[in-house]
Design a protein around this ligand. Structure first.
Ligand code: C2O
Length: 505
């Protein structure tokens, strides 16, 4: 796997709002990379957003680059990850936590301890092997993202049944991952799903979850729920109370694939990953007893539709009012396609407005705009919001089998409407807000402020969907982009950029 500073997940970046973060990246991989700080708005530093092709050239193999940005007006649970190819799937990622004294939930008052928890899918093939497979073999093979991952990892640790391992593998059974807690305390868990394929439902036997934050938005519940569905790229923070157990007790911490995003879970494979929540006390002898708890009684336990936390039930602590009027709109049609390769093989690609993004290190859009050049229309679906104010992005998901966890860089969005079917310019209307996961054949209207110049990536966070083209870009205030003070070091990264034929600086 890919490790950062010899570890996976990579090192925690922990900061206060207002801090300037400086990250020196030395790329020892044999391919280029770019590091994205997922959820951070990069106010005034959009060139630090880390997306090769959109906001920077890749940091070349053997090269170095320093990211430098200040965290403004944001706090909460974030993470960082590579944004080129699907190297994230091989481990190039780590958590990023931002505190703020005016946060609604404060350690020492609302909870005693906190714990960052990366929970994600894991495959035994490298991301590049899988990607190569998806470009050369029919889409329904094991590569195409329709098969289950091999394991679920909790902070990098998981257990695989050695009897299923290839005979030449050196498989050794290890203890299950374990989290230790003390009785009669309150623990804040910051759960991050940095995975590439699997939406996960997370629960702890006998422990109601009190939801306090969704992505970076602090919420006043719901409290006392059974499971939380964490789509890819999303973060949920919850508090559990450990006053119902005593030292020596152990409970299962469960993370299970949410079936709707997959064709089917094969018989015998429950798609379930397990870790242990163990109650300990100072001076206690270590215990290796496995929990005997059951998935606690709940009417939805056997449902396959993951109903426990719907994002509609989230109660924002501070009610954010969306801008009332917009100056521009953009309709974005999302469809799956089945192109033929030159070898006559049907593969799977993803399109926005009939464009499938070519994930190559071409001249970054931000730099083209900075130089006043035009954009290459066929490389990525994009729009230009010229004025400062607000704009609506209307995403119509026309895929009948796939839910997409969309992620917008650089800006938070308000979901001002959501519904079944597709929206036409005529039927563009208002409904209650909901989550950023856009389910099959539904639409959502994302309203953004356009007060900050930049080029913002908008994409599906499923690793293979991104690699197969599900990327769009929003250019905000192109005139102002020409005046951005992009540092020389960022521009010079492109000196060693290998542009594909036909694309010039
Ligand atoms: Cu977390 Cu564009 O990504």
């Amino acid at each position: 796997m890919i490790v950062v500073n010899n570890q996976y997940p990579g090192p925690l970046i922990e900061a206060n709002q207002g801090d300037t973060i400086i990250i020196h990246v030395r790329n020892d991989l044999d391919s280029g990379t770019g590091i994205h700080f997922h959820g951070i708005n990069q106010i005034g530093t959009i060139w630090s957003d880390g997306v090769p092709g959109i906001t920077q050239c890749p940091i070349p193999s053997g090269g170095s680059y320093t990211y430098n940005f200040t965290i403004q007006q944001q706090s909460g649970t974030f993470f960082w990850h590579s944004h080129l190819g699907n190297t994230q799937a091989d481990g190039l990622m780590g958590p990023l936590i931002v505190h703020n004294p005016t946060d609604v939930y404060i350690r020492g008052r609302d909870y005693d301890h906190e714990r960052v928890l990366f929970i994600s899918d894991w495959k035994h093939l490298t991301a590049q092997t899988i990607i190569n497979g998806t470009f050369t073999e029919p889409f329904h093979t094991k590569y195409a993202g329709l098969s289950l991952p091999d394991s679920i990892l909790f902070d990098g640790a998981g257990v695989f049944n050695c009897s299923q391992a290839p005979t030449n593998a050196h498989c050794q059974q290890k203890p299950l991952p374990e989290i230790q807690v003390q009785p009669s305390k309150k623990y804040r868990f910051r759960v991050i799903n940095p995975g590439t394929e699997a939406f996960l439902t997370v629960s702890i036997d006998n422990h109601p979850l009190n939801i306090i934050s969704a992505d970076e938005t602090e919420v006043l519940g719901p409290f006392g729920i059974h499971r939380v569905l964490v789509p890819i790229g999303e973060r949920y923070d919850f508090i559990i109370d450990t006053s119902q157990g005593k030292a020596g007790d152990a409970f299962w911490l469960r993370a299970q694939f949410c079936a709707p995003n997959f064709l089917a879970v094969p018989p015998g494979d429950t798609g379930l990953g397990l870790a242990i929540l163990r109650y300990v006390e100072d001076g206690m002898a270590p215990s290796h007893q496995l929990p005997t708890t059951n998935d606690w009684s709940h009417p939805h336990v056997n449902a396959t539709s993951c109903p426990d936390l719907t994002s509609d039930a989230l109660v924002p602590a501070i009610k954010a009012e969306a801008p009332q009027t917009v100056s521009s709109t953009w309709f974005l049609d999302s469809v799956i396609g089945f192109p033929l390769t030159p070898q006559n093989v049907t593969i799977l690609d993803f399109y926005f407005n009939n464009v499938t993004w070519t994930n190559l290190p071409y001249d970054p859009m931000l730099f083209r705009m900075h130089k006043g050049l035009s954009l290459n229309e066929s490389i990525v679906a994009h729009t230009v919001f010229a004025q400062s104010g607000a704009a609506d992005i209307i995403i119509n998901n026309r895929d009948v089998t796939i839910d997409h966890p969309y992620h917008l860089h650089g800006r938070a969005f308000y979901i001002v409407a959501r519904g079944q079917g597709a929206l036409t310019p005529e039927s563009y209307a208002k409904l209650p807000p909901s989550s950023s996961v856009i389910t099959r054949t539904t639409y959502a209207i994302l309203r953004i402020r356009t007060d900050e110049p930049g080029v913002f990536a908008l994409h599906c966070h499923l690793g293979l969907h991104l690699v197969h083209g599900k990327m769009a870009a929003i250019v905000v205030q192109p005139q102002a982009i020409q005046n951005l003070a992009i540092p020389d070091a960022a521009i010079h990264l492109c000196d060693s950029c290998n542009f594909p034929p036909g694309v010039t600086v």
